[in-house]
Write a protein that binds this ligand. Structure first.
Ligand SMILES: NC(=O)c1ccc[n+]([C@@H]2O[C@H](COP(=O)([O-])OP(=O)(O)OC[C@H]3O[C@@H](n4cnc5c(N)ncnc54)[C@H](OP(=O)(O)O)[C@@H]3O)[C@@H](O)[C@H]2O)c1
Length: 276
């Protein structure tokens, strides 16, 4: 029910809330020194670029990987080159017990979690009439269950701590029916991610921020496939896929004190793909 003008005029105790005690200098705001960041899907692609961004900004970083153990070496290299603490963890995000256990392990090793980047994802891009139910379930377990498990268990930590910051990797395919390759299940899993993230931003308003990044095509293993690469170049106003170095700044911004007034936002970064 809408509030009346009289109701709206009532002074609410505790409001306005104070501005955050953060630096005014924007480069100081962007520093992550002293922060602990978890990134999943961190062995390669967008997740690796994000983990690098966090390390370059001074954060201690927990690298979560699933099958690609290149994450172990990468974590060690970044620890040395940036004088930070890192550790690699093997976690299948579709396994709730493993997610819960490893979140506990990170808190034990690092003392807290300031930022969790839930970035892992997968696609089996086929029309539903050609997709097996097994393929459907696989995408749901990683892209939907995985996001729910990571969010739920890190949310418990955030609530206990009284602070936290969750960043979810969704996709422009959450907003558009991506063509020419039909992939209704992938598109729908990402629509879930976006709306779930917005809903959490409201649910967690007292203790954590939640934002969503929706990439267009980026040049990674999950980037444009041979079947859609020409359409990817044609539809993107910039005429190409994104390089992963071009998404680092956005995740850093969302992870940092530069974005303290931002929650529940879904940020599209797609080279102008969805403009027309
Ligand atoms: N590239 C694009 O054009 C694009 C566009 C929109 C959205 N995205 C989204 O961006 C995210 C990152 O993708 P990417 O482009 O960087 O491709 P990528 O390099 O293939 O990254 C996908 C990551 O997800 C991880 N992963 C897959 N299944 C997992 C599981 N069961 N448990 C834990 N981790 C799992 C993989 O880990 P392992 O390799 O260790 O198995 C991998 O690191 C995905 O959510 C994707 O949907 C990508």
């Amino acid at each position: 029910m809408s509030m009346s003008s009289q109701d709206c005029g009532q002074v609410r105790e505790g409001f306005p809330r104070p501005f955050p005690d953060t630096p005014t200098n924007v480069f100081e705001q962007l520093s992550l020194k002293g922060k602990v960041v978890v990134v999943n899907g961190a062995a390669d692609g967008i997740g690796l670029a994000v983990a690098e961004a966090m390390a370059e900004a001074g954060a201690d970083v927990a690298f979560w990987y699933n099958s690609n153990d290149a994450a172990i070496k990468k974590a060690q290299e970044l620890a040395t080159s940036h004088s930070i603490k890192t550790q690699a963890y093997k976690v299948d995000v579709s396994n709730a017990d493993s997610v819960q256990k490893n979140i506990t392990q990170v808190v034990k090793a690092f003392g807290k979690i300031d930022v969790f980047v839930a970035n892992a994802g997968m696609a089996i891009s086929k029309p539903i009439l050609e997709q097996t139910l097994e393929e459907y379930h696989k995408q749901m377990t990683v892209n939907v269950d995985g996001i729910v498990y990571c969010s739920k268990f890190v949310g418990e930590v955030f609530k206990r701590q009284g602070f936290g910051n969750l960043i979810l990797t969704s996709s422009m395919s959450a907003k558009i029916v991506n063509v020419p390759v039909d992939q209704p299940v992938y598109n729908a899993t990402k629509a879930f991610v976006t709306h779930f993230g917005k809903s959490l931003a409201r649910e967690w308003r007292e203790f954590a921020r939640v934002n969503i990044v929706s990439p267009g095509f980026f040049d990674t293993k999950m980037g444009a496939s041979p079947g859609c690469i020409n359409e990817a170049y044609r539809m993107s106003s910039l005429g190409r896929q994104g390089h992963t170095k071009e998404i680092k700044g956005l995740y850093l911004y969302l992870a940092s004190d530069a974005s303290t007034y931002m929650t529940g936002s879904d940020v599209l970064i797609d080279g102008g793909y969805v403009l027309p």
